[in-house]
Design a protein around this ligand. Sequence first.
Ligand code: NAP
Length: 249
Amino acid sequence: MNLLANKVAIVTGGSRGIGEGIVRLFAGNGANVAFTYLSSSTKADAIAEELSATGVKVKAYQCDAGDYAATEQFAAAVIKDFGTVDICVNNAGISKDNLLLRLSAEQWDDVMQANLKSLYNLTKQVIKPMMKARAGSIINLSSIVGLKGNAGQSAYAASKAGIIGFTKSIAQELGSRNIRCNAIAPGFIETDMTHYLKDGDAAQKWAEKIPLGRLGTTEDIAQAALFLASDHSRYITGQVLSVCGGMNM
Ligand code: NAP
């Protein structure tokens, strides 16, 4: 299927994990993709080269999503290289888990900067070309932890809950310009971020608590992002789509 033929998509944190899955599925659906990474330059360049050989344009950019000036420069480079932005996936994120008593102010700030300020930084840039085109789809990666909370993840949960408030507000601000803004709330997805699940039988124990009986894959999340990016979701905005195998029910 070519659900995103000729669209230009930005994906932050596309060098690994869920972001990489989204970059691959979007490119496979005909989108030209500009994606960012923080430090994985070799991996990012290899993905861009591999996907560019399939006939779409895919380019990797080093850009700290938490740094306003860097995102401003990145967005300007994308406009220069690709002409416009139709889709923006705010995916880059980190987790620094600790019980509140042990959570340092620096850890709190790092998580907020990478996970929440990053949305302000880049969304502010991409809405300019989207307003001009009177069309756009913005997709933000929240988490079921942002809906339910989780002991030891107060900073991460607060940042992911903040993403939901941001998403719903932008949907209301920009709906009249035909710009949609939705969030995805993944459950446990097998990536570097959840590497601790590989210890012992942790993954198996979590899988037993998930109605669909398994952890999620990056492809599971990418398929949800594809739906929200495409015209198949054209009357959907301001929503949070949980992709978690039913574990938040
Ligand atoms: P991951 O495997 O750790 O990959 C993180 C990606 O984000 C990498 O490409 C990394 O780039 C990039 N990144 C990190 N900080 C960045 C920054 N400041 N600026 C630009 N890029 C940055 O993470 P993931 O598991 O795929 O998670 C992706 C998103 O889904 C995150 O927002 C996460 O909170 C959310 N999520 C994940 C899960 C899960 O179970 N995995 C569940 C719920 C929500 P480098 O490769 O250069 O480091």
